[in-house]
Design a protein around this ligand. Sequence first.
Ligand code: TRP
Ligand code: ZN
Length: 885
Amino acid sequence: MRTEQPKTIYLKDYQQPDYWIDETHLTFDLFEDHALVHSRLSMRLNADKTSTDKQPPLVLDGQLLELIKVELDDKVLSAADYQIDDDSLTLQPGAASFELAITTRIEPQNNTALEGLYKSGTMFCTQCEAEGFRKITYYLDRPDVMSRFTTTVIAERERYPVLLSNGNPIASSGDHENGRHWVSWEDPFPKPAYLFALVAGDLCLLQDSFVTMSGREIDLRIYVEAENREQCDHAMDSLKRSMRWDEETYGREYDLDIFMIVAVNDFNMGAMENKGLNVFNSSCVLAQQDTATDLAFQRVEAVVAHEYFHNWSGNRVTCRDWFQLSLKEGFTVFRDSEFSGDMNSHTVKRIEDVTFLRANQFAEDAGPMAHPVRPDSFIEISNFYTLTVYEKGAEVVRMLHTLLGAEGFRKGTDLYFERHDGQAVTCDDFVKALEDANGADFSQFKRWYSQAGTPRLEAASHYDATKREYRLSFRQHCPATPGQSEKLPQVIPVRMALLNTQGQEMALQLAGESQSRGYETVLSITEAEQEFVFSNIDQQPLPSLLRGFSAPVKLSYPYSRDDRVFLAKHDPDGFNRWEAAQGLAVDVLQGLVEIHRTGRPLHLDQRLAEVYRTVLADTSLDAAMVAEIIRLPSEAYLVELAETAHVEAIHFAREWLRAELARALKSEIQQRFDALPTAETYSADAASMAARSLKNTLLGYLMLTEDPAIMHVCVRQFVEANNMTDRQAALVALVNSPFDEQRKAALDTFAERWAAYPLVMDQWFSIQAGSTLSGGLARVEELMQHPLFTLRNPNKVRAVIGAFANQNLVNFHQADGAGYRFLADRIIELDRLNPQIAARLVTPLSRWRKFAEDRQQLMQQELARVLATEQLSPDVYEVVSKSLA
Ligand code: TRP
Ligand code: ZN
């Protein structure tokens, strides 16, 4: 950890590197108490940048390394020939081309930051994105330096029978004396160091194969620890579906002879797309009906796809610098969400994504860490693997897809991959390829990459019966964000229709256009204020706006509650039916919060109950859609929407409404619940998952009636379920119920049964950490004493501390500030072990401006205490100092 003030890096300072690395030959000698890393680099001057007569020094990145030896063109350098500091090794090459050989010594067994080479359990593994390779050896650790790698791994054969790296295994492998063996790998595709990977362990293997569209047979392998061997089938199926989908949808074929996935227990993120050797958090690989919920199955499918898709959008075409991160992440998230939509339901997937975006990314965009999809500056790049770069970035790509249409978009991506294969490029290059392939002009559109903040879009309308004209007008403005006070209008595609009193879509003829646009159109809003006039409109329409959430904006239109009821029942667009029900529920809840705060009694608006009743009775609707429509907006989303969030009032109003709806609709809910099939034989197909989703949503409502008969149904489901989805849903309902005895019994049985399954126990932890019953902080402190809890495992930290601070708002925000103090203490403690995970825990505190005055002070106080801690990592320093600024 550095002691000097961390430095800010700016996009505007980007310069090409002074040197290139054509070849990288690595040898790893792995031992229990250290590892030796030998590198041999074929380097040359970057002639485009500097001439040979005054050759610049070579500055290699390196951190926490012990330098053992440096050789320049086979001559050993003495200490006088180079300089070392905390971040670099500098030397002066004598020629334009040269060979550099370096040996470093590192201690993977002591690497708790899980970046670079580290141990997860008994296994060696690596995580190099974004800047982890510099913790392995001195190197030009930047994505625009692409090199061909060969890697030899040497380790004890007994303990580490499996030795893996990127690319194809080359024939050479063998035994050394003393029980050590070695394997060599060669990756023919030049890549930046962040895509390097190595794994050594005692792993077992699920093997399969895939024949590509040109007829090549690919060897597919998933490596896991022996006890997890039975839990890989779903990941393997997902991989094969992803490979086929990328061929069919983008024309992209896999390029090596082998594709490997390795599951590790200790991992900072979801997974990593290292070339040919993806390393995964085991939570994103393992899925089996007894141990994983349907949600976990879908997550595995999505993450496997995401990492696989990176082989083209990220690896074959990579990022020039880390400011361009969304080039690969936004595009790849868009690709994986379309894939998931194709595999399951597009509407349900879109509802899930939009719900997540609005509750979380919108909050980020409105907070102190707000930044553009392509940031202008950062202190620590790890802090910029954000919802904005990933999720908003994907929305930006989705808008480009909407504006070009599927065919035009495909022409654009074909050109992009062809033009930039093997290069490290920018977001501008991506947009340029889409423009060139379509003759389009996205110069204004590109503001989505450079302006932070969520645009507000206000719509209004006027119907003139005598002229048979309908005017739809829009105003956009984007609020100020840190460092950006003035914003220019953005291009906002609004997919829309007009509905008549029967709920039918009307023909859309814009004044001045010779042809009708059909029954649905995309309006492209480009001005701060803009009006569209529809002709031949013979009755007052109700607009269905922003269908499919066609732009990541906050839309407002003066709908009455009755309008929303009408749309929730009649909009032919599934997404907007859900959106109307959500909007109605938000309106009702915001009203209840205000009433509750003035101490008046609450009343149920029967119109909301009526919408739910209609939806519950609609058996033609996808069961998963019914579940989505009757789910109330989350507390987090209500906090985001509020000017000043009063957490207790939000919690009280929402719980009151849930219980009130459950009572009002009890017989209808019970009826639908009973009519849904109880799965005798389990299936993971979309229809079965949808049925489970609805059934368990209904069970949640029924449990709120506190009827002992229903409690018994719930307990029976908990005991008899043949899958984790049903079992876990019953457990959640019991844990949040007033039935103390049954809650305790269920938790104990569960813990006993699943003690040997870390991922299942993560669920057990997070259900309790997220329980909003009073006394939450004490429960969380107790959970941290559980023998299976450890701060060294990021999944455990997320399951307990993360679930408490992010999903248990009433308890986290308890009035005396004890929740804040607890979180600050954990951040300080964790920062010494794992700065990336510590920095992510700051998020809930960073949002202090959202809350009432008393909470604001308590939260700021804790942030200040973290900032005053000695030897703070740059990661935590950046987030905390920006939060207080
Ligand atoms: N590129 C990874 C992805 O698929 C992200 C990632 C994995 C990562 N591990 C990381 C980013 C560690 C930063 C640090 O999205
Ligand atoms: Zn990614």
